[in-house]
Design a protein around this ligand. Sequence first.
Ligand SMILES: Nc1ncnc2c1ncn2[C@@H]1O[C@H](COP(=O)(O)OP(=O)(O)OP(=O)(O)O)[C@@H](O)[C@H]1O
Length: 601
Amino acid sequence: MKQKPGHVVSNHLYMLWLAFRHTPGYVINICLLAVYSSVEVFFEFAYSTKYMIDLIQYNGEFSDALRYMAFISAAIVVKLGWVAVNDAYFVPLAKEKLYRALQLELFGKAAAMDLACYDQPQFYNDFVVSVGEVKKRMDESLEIIRQMCGRGATIAAAGTFFLVLDRGGLLFIAASLAVTLSVNAVLAKLNFKMELELKPLERKRAYISRIFYLAEYAKEIRLHPVTSKLKSDLHHATRGMQRTIQADSRKRIILGFIGSFGAHSLLLDALYLIYLLYRTLVLQALSYGSMLSLFNSAGSLKNSLRDIAALLPRAQQNSLYIDKIRSFADYAPAIGSSADALPVPAHPKVLELRNVSFAYNESAGPILKDINLTIRQGEKIAFVGYNGAGKTTLTKLFMRLYDVSEGAILLDGINIREYELTSYRSCFGSVFQDYRLYAASIADNVMMDRTDDHTIPVVSEALGQSGLLDRVNRMDQGTGTMVTREFSASGTELSGGEAQKLAIARVFARPYSFIILDEPSSALDPISEYQFNQTVLEASRNKTVIFISHRLSSTRMADRIFMLEHGRIIEQGSHNELMAQNGKYAEMFHMQAHMYQATPA
Ligand SMILES: Nc1ncnc2c1ncn2[C@@H]1O[C@H](COP(=O)(O)OP(=O)(O)OP(=O)(O)O)[C@@H](O)[C@H]1O
């Protein structure tokens, strides 16, 4: 857990460079102000005492005193003006600019992250820490650097004073520093260990609290008796947090006392004062002004060294988080494309799977086994099978959300890994079972990007094809209506089927070569489902459509149907061919038909 000083410095320089790249004025400004303030304070409080008392002791001129006061007053006015402008205007604005830039960088990284990363708890934890902590860690890094500049300037000014007047005093200060450094290093380790142990428990508590305020859980928690289990989970998480906090509390109390009393009060405040009085009154080696100034300077030198000492473990602790941010920033997705990747054909013709097997995780075994199939341009394909057979996984492989473990997927005879990833993925328009709508306008939800006047006809046409246009036209703000009321009181709350139609409109809004619909009509009523099937066929006459559906009445119009079981294709053919085979598909179809007939009208 202990990091080498070089590594800590490198991490902070990384953050400094990151901040400097986005907001150079902010970084320079805060560092310069810190140096200026420290030098000004040294002259105002430490050097002034010596100057004025020496003037009195050695009968100096009144005009010299006035000149000195004018100089100090001017310096104070500049500092206060600078601080006021920074606090009220410059710093808050610059911080917002910096935060936005950092978030955009992280969002870009997050969007490019392999989907598999979400399945790895360690990576996912680090990812959450990076995104959640980046602002705090940037503030902390800049604060450490700002304080280093400020305290460094104080140490330079006061240190010079000591070298000229009282080198022996530096021994007291060095002893104090040694104690403080050791204590703070141990404390930082204890605190970091505690924070790491608290993190999963905090996540658990945040998860429980989300369940109680997120609208999507509102129905569930009212209808299913989950509240007492969640309360009990919350209780356990809180007890776990209390135990973690208590675990090393005695060590932390003792170390805190040694740090504050031993290092400061005893060594510097008491022993050093006795030493100064001895040198001034007994040895008469110092003027009264020098003695008082040295005592005051010892205070500020002591405080600056203490602050620097506190900064080192603080920087070490910060550095541990910066490591996570850096490793996330340096993370390169395994699924990507090389610089000389091929452009995707404008009108791809054949998508082919050759001996494809896939495992989410090697130890859990393959989910898909030895899949061979060919899909030709314009075909309507259906994947059917029981829950967990691997249908959705197969479509994720088509879109390179995961790469195959064995075998290959070819588009027009070329391995899909050879194509430029973003343009390859943009061949596919998809609606998954767990599609998401955004708190944005209907139009934005369809286009999934910036919309303007030119895109409105496209949005309307796509909504017409998915069967939602009439409903949208009845809304006061039409396609400009906000989805959900989270950010707009006039927003709309769509029913499950309407929401699904809105998501489906996305695939009609762009000229995708392949359309993948995973349970597209699960939330539609039978009439909407029938109309939906007709419009999909109509709207995608020249497109390849891949359906996944449990309702075999929806998939029977497909050109070819693939029946999956335990990750293998066990039957394939048209509906009529499969019915004639009288295998599993036919059995499933008869069962569903029977259930529909058995259901009272
Ligand atoms: N991210 C993942 N990590 C590990 N296993 C997964 C992941 N996603 C799915 N699985 C597993 O892979 C198997 C196939 O899942 P998949 O979603 O492809 O099935 P499906 O045929 O689409 O099922 P359904 O009809 O229920 O939607 C399931 O056993 C599932 O638990």
